[in-house]
Ligand binder design. Sequence first.
Ligand code: ARG
Length: 266
Amino acid sequence: MPEPTPRHYLMCRPTYFSVQYAINPWMDPSVPVDAALAVRQWTNLRQVYLDLGHQVEEITPVPGLPDMVFAANGATVIDGIALGVQFRDAERADEAPAYAAWFERSGYQVHRPKHVNEGEGDMLLAGDLLLAGTGYRTAYAAHAEAQEIFGRPVVTLHLVDPRFYHLDTALCVLGETVAYLPEAFSPGSRAALRRLFPDAVLASPADAGVLGLNAVSDGLHVVLPSQASGLAAELRDRGYVPIGVNMSELRKAGGGPKCCTLEVRR
Ligand code: ARG
């Protein structure tokens, strides 16, 4: 039976959010973004977490870093250890020291990564396993580095569809199991996921195509984009409680609820 546990999240208000460059196929700087609506949608997401009883902390947004709202890319935090990030793209490079400084100030042991590592965008803790994506952003070498730092077995998963450029756009940890889009993974990674999670929820391309898998679960509730109606119905059948949120503006940068949410584990 799905069981909720209280969570601790770090978020970054989208004060300076916009789409000014294109580093994933979702981004088109010629498509207008409603900045005020983005802030309202983000504020609603934050309120959903508070209403569920979760703790939410905020990092101060930095002008000139429009993607800093995607806090999941700020670090990977397990057992009070924060593994910092190193972005593939120069446009996001300055977010890394901003997040590392926040964790240092808050008393976490911070490790600077040696390889490209985009934090929880590509590293998702599933029980004792750290599921780690590679192919577009986080380097394969970063997986071994994470295993040394956290002492958790790392399972490498190869992403093969550029629309699902971060692991958290193709897979969501639900608690005991996961939900994922098989087509987003290489044949070997798909087979490995089948072995690890025989009861996984398999998402449809349509639901993944609205970033439905970019979802945040506390073990019972699953906060996901409201457009992912098929996935929500499937989750309900499995005993989870889906909570739809509209993230239309942040999706224009390739982000959803999970991208905006970094889980902090003391
Ligand atoms: N525009 C951002 C990028 O391409 C979106 C990041 C979304 N974050 C995530 N955890 N998937 O880097």
